[in-house]
Write a protein that binds this ligand. Structure first.
Ligand code: AFP
Length: 333
C-alpha cells in the first residue's frame, strides 16, 4: 500500500501553511517525547520531579521534559504568539514571534502522567486557537469557546505512538514509524460508532456521584434485562487520551462528570486543554461531548485552568447518559 506521510497528507489536503507548521511541530514534539518515554525507565527518569505544578499536582520528571519540548518547539515554529500549558500558571508569550505568528497552542504536555511509574499509556493533548496578533496576547484573547478552535489533536504514547488531528471537519489518524521517525497515515475520516456497549468511569467515586450518574451506570451494569437492554463492558485507563482513543476506534462513552468531590472546583478535567480539544475531535468523528446538560464546546471559559464535568463518546450513548440529567431538576444530589 502506498505510504502517505503526515507531510504528504497535509500537502494533499491543502492544509494552510501556518496550520501545517503547527501540525508538523506537534508531530515533532510527539516523536521527541516518545523517545524520552522509551528510555525513561532504564535511565531512571520515570520518577517524581519533587515539585508541584499550578494545579497543585505532583510533577513527574517527564511532565517537565514534555512541557519543555512543547515550549521549545512551539516557540521555534514561527506561527505561535503564545502558549498555555497545564504545567504553567499563566500564558507563555512567544518572544519576537514574527509577523506570521497569530496562533496560540493550549496543551497538556503529558496527560495521565501518574501512569508513568507503572508503564501505562500517557498522551499529549493540544488545541489551536486563532489569536489574531503576534504580541501582547492576553488571557481574554485565549479564553475562547471550544467551537472557536482552529484545530485540535492528541498524541498517544502506547505500544505504538499515534497522532490524531482534526480541523473540526474530520479526524485523521497517523502512526509513528520509529525507524524513519515520521508519522504515516493510518486512517482518514475516522468515525466513532454511534452505539456501543462499553463505558469508562472511575468506579471508586461511586459514593460521590450525583444521582443521574449513579442511575446511568447502574442501568449499564444491569445488562440486557435492564432498562438499556444490552450488556456493557467497562474499561478505565486513568489517561483520558488512552480511553478516548479506544472510543475513537471502537465506540463507547467516557464519563468524568462533576460529583460531590469535584463540585467545588467545577469538575476534574480541564476545559481548555483536555475537554475542548478532545470534544472537537470526538464531534468531528460523529460523537458527542456534554457536561450532562451543556455541550462542552459551547462553554464560555472564565479561566485558563478551569475544570469541567464531561460525558463524551458515541453519540447515542452520550445522549442516553444525558437523559438521566435532563430528567432531574438541579440540584442533582
Ligand atoms: P494525571 O495527568 O494527573 O495522571 O490525570 C489524568 C487525568 O487528568 C485524565 O487523563 C484521566 O482520565 C483522569 O485524570 C484520571 O483520573 P483518576 O485519577 O480519577 O483515575
Amino acid at each position: 500500500m502506498a505510504r502517505t506521510t503526515l507531510e504528504s497528507w497535509m500537502k494533499a489536503q491543502s492544509i494552510p501553511a501556518p496550520l501545517a507548521r503547527i501540525f508538523a511541530m506537534t508531530a515533532d514534539c510527539g516523536i521527541e517525547i516518545s523517545v524520552a518515554l522509551r528510555v525513561a525507565t532504564a535511565s531512571g527518569q520515570n520518577g517524581k520531579a519533587g515539585s508541584v505544578n499550578v494545579q497543585g499536582e505532583e510533577q513527574k520528571a517527564l511532565d517537565i521534559v514534555a512541557n519543555d519540548i512543547f515550549l521549545r518547539r512551539g516557540a521555534a515554529s514561527g506561527v505561535l504568539s503564545a502558549m498555555v500549558s497545564e504545567e504553567l500558571e499563566d500564558i507563555w508569550p512567544v518572544e519576537a514571534a514574527g509577523p506570521d505568528a497569530r496562533y496560540a497552542l493550549v496543551f497538556d504536555p503529558l496527560d495521565g502522567s501518574s501512569n508513568l511509574e507503572v508503564n501505562g499509556a500517557v498522551g499529549s493533548i493540544f488545541s489551536v486557537l486563532d489569536i489574531g496578533k503576534a504580541a501582547g496576547v492576553t488571557k481574554e484573547d485565549v479564553l475562547q469557546t471550544g467551537t472557536q478552535q482552529v484545530a485540535a489533536g492528541y498524541i498517544l504514547y502506547g505500544p505504538a505512538t499515534v497522532l490524531v488531528l482534526t480541523t473540526g471537519e474530520s479526524v485523521t489518524m497517523f502512526g509513528l514509524d520509529e525507524v524513519a521517525a515520521e508519522f504515516v497515515l493510518v486512517e482518514d475520516g475516522v468515525q466513532i460508532p454511534v452505539e456501543a456497549n462499553e463505558f469508562a468511569i472511575n468506579m471508586s467515586r461511586y459514593h460521590q456521584w450525583y444521582a443521574p450518574t449513579r442511575g446511568f451506570i447502574e442501568d449499564c451494569l444491569s445488562g440486557k434485562d435492564g432498562p438499556l437492554g444490552k450488556p456493557y463492558n467497562m474499561r478505565w485507563c486513568a489517561a483520558m487520551v488512552a480511553d478516548l482513543h479506544r472510543i475513537l476506534c471502537r465506540g463507547g462513552v467516557f464519563l468524568y462528570p462533576e460529583d460531590e468531590g469535584t463540585k467545588a472546583r467545577g469538575g476534574r478535567l480541564r476545559l481548555m486543554y483536555e475537554a475542548n480539544p478532545m470534544s472537537l475531535i470526538v464531534e468531528a468523528a460523529g460523537g458527542a461531548a456534554s457536561t450532562g446538560t451543556t455541550r462542552v464546546l459551547s462553554i464560555e471559559p472564565s479561566d485558563l485552568h478551569q475544570r469541567v464535568g464531561i460525558i463524551i463518546g458515541s453519540r447515542a450513548e452520550v445522549e442516553t447518559a444525558c437523559q438521566y440529567y435532563a430528567d432531574r431538576a438541579r440540584p442533582y444530589p
